[in-house]
Ligand binder design. Sequence first.
Ligand code: PMP
Length: 364
Amino acid sequence: MKAGRIYNFGSGPAVLPLRVLERVQKDMLNYEKSGMSIMEIGHRTKIFDRVLQAAEEGVRRELKVPDDYAVLFLQGGASLQFAMIPMNLYLSGKPVDVLHTGMWTKKAIKELGLIAEYKIAGTTEKDNFKRLPHGKEVTFNPDASYVHICSNNTIFGTQWQQFPDTGMVPLVADMSSDILSRVIEVSRFGLIFAGAQKNLGIAGLTLVVIRKDLAERASKNIPTMMQYRCHIENGSRYNTPPVFAVYVTGLVMEWISSQGGVHKLEEINQKKATLLYRTIDEGDFYSCPVQKEDRSKMNVVFRIREGDEALEAQFAEASQKAGLDGLKGHRSVGGLRASIYNAMPLEGVEALTQFMKDFQKKHG
Ligand code: PMP
């Protein structure tokens, strides 16, 4: 741990690899001998050509994106994708199937309701989203325009361990909080999207990976900026891209590669999550409301004494003083939450579990 830094368990914007931050610092005043910072460089210059290319190639390499998919760097957050996806992919008379698993699909459903017809193909709302729908709880329509899922629910701490089989119907996944944390097969998806501020870099950038033929579904009468085809044709440079955010994503891709790639990160993520859940499950003091099979390896939600709010508030405050930041649960569900994205080192989780044990000794 570098002096003055703490362990940041916040859900996003989130921890970045120290190496990336140091590189940004080094580049800040004079990027590649240009005499300018990256923030001052035109988006149609040769320098930015290379930055954009490095970011795109990095995503293609680390995510293993097949050639018939476009990699797009957009703006508007993952939230704009909730609207942009149905605007482009909805086929009239073919309702979208949604697996509704919490707040982030609720927000997607709100936009779907404005633009398309949709059906809930499965939900665990009656169980407060403490698990994901499986088996007979899910009914897909083979004629749906596409299926929408959230691969990792940042707030409820659930994560699809295996993605549902949607046959020929394109699967669309919101991977905002677990992209590049585990090996996935991109060809199983029609479209993947993610806000950058957790595992990809900083806020202001949204990654979209889309099978190119799907971009042709859209009417040419929707606003130009809302058409994926426009961004494919213009290589993510129809308008001014968020140059700094694209540059940081390129550096994060380099860092992933230096760590041995996504499969190596997946191993470390598994270790971190196992250690944390073991500490939670060990006694009666801490508990995790999420069903074991559906637990997230990125956002670990937990309670103290099944929801002792006063003690949880004490925990959040004391942990922050001990250099462990961002452990308060989402305001909509309360409790505690540790976000352990790719850039959170194993040592950070070890420090957290030690703190948890000490806190339990004092208050248990
Ligand atoms: N989807 C998920 C799973 C998220 O965690 C978030 C943000 N925390 C969003 C969507 C919304 O992202 P943005 O704020 O970039 O619009």
